[in-house]
Design a protein around this ligand. Sequence first.
Ligand SMILES: [Zn+2]
Length: 265
Amino acid sequence: MHLDLIDIGVNLAHGRFRSDLPQVIERAQAAGVQRMIATGTSVQASLEARALAERYPGEIYATAGVHPHHARLWDGSVAETLRELAASASVVAIGECGLDYDRDFSPRDAQRRAFAAQLALSGAVGLPVFLHERAAHADFTAILREHAREVSVVVHCFTGERAELDAYLELGAYLGITGWICDDRRGVHLRELVRHIPRERLMIETDAPFLLPPSLRDAVRGRRNEPAYLTHVLEAVAKAVGAETVDVARSTTAAARSLFRLGER
Ligand SMILES: [Zn+2]
């Protein structure tokens, strides 16, 4: 069965892929994950993601952004570098950016500043935004609402509640679902919620090397997630929405191609 999936969020620039990246990509493609969007979480990671995208044209694309964990490092030169990266053909989105009040690795005012600046940048350069939100829904939607008209966004790794989902859908957001949905404990509520996401707004992602689906915990050495395991997310989503796997494969790929405009590249 040929799936032609797109992993919209995979941290390929992460150190845990340094030693065997070609094999990781080979396994992904053998599993039907033809395309991957390498997440940029800092200037350095964004530069590395773009370098990877240039090495694997048409297979890997990159985002360019500063994760809320690193928001304390935001300044004019960071903004300038992201703007330059955004001009590359292989860079398909701004982000990962947003707010994370769960970890609070950067002060909240610095997080809000970096988030708003990246939304403004995406509006200026005409790219969609790859978003991260943890325990910050009210501030996050307030800032997003100010830019919702100029930008298209995907809220990556959605794990929230119904009211949060409704707010995102009302703002026109796409939603990314990860291996959380495979978790028999903390992912159960998502299996009901995912049915309320219109299929043209629903995408799948691994967030590898993080978030290994629990069913693989004993089988995978070091518990490192990788894009080949996107099929586990696909199957869990298909089961939750009561659809055929191939149909969800098709709709999630179409949604990703549409938001990231991969058809034009
Ligand atoms: Zn994230």
